[in-house]
Design a protein around this ligand. Sequence first.
Ligand code: SF4
Length: 135
Amino acid sequence: MGQNSADAQKYLKEIALNKKMEYMGYSKVIMPCNYVVSEKAISKDEAIKIINDALPIITNLAVLIKNNQKFDEPKKEHFGKMYSSFINYGFNKYFKSSKNFKVSDSCIKCKKCIEVCPLNNISLVNNKITFSTNC
Ligand code: SF4
């Protein structure tokens, strides 16, 4: 999750249930281009700084996963349900686009991204990885 996780807990629980996985919690980790669906990509230097800031958090989460421990979840967001309903609906409808999603020429069409995408947003069309508008 990024800065504002809105009502993410509810949706992550649903995804875990649908995939027959045990929900173990979630954590906020700000990563470069969390919102690449609506904004241009940031510079490489900015991205490296954000990743370096995130590394201790990710390392801690990896230890929890390795030890099969639940995450210490962030407090529920004020107005989380509101963000996850009509605000996100408007954002998704009018500001979000997958046009910034690309794969490089090094893509080997292994389809791993298709298998793991929780929102079924990726497919292989005419032998090319293609992004839909589900995320
Ligand atoms: S198919 Fe997806 S996961 Fe596999 S190489 Fe291409 S972009 Fe990466």
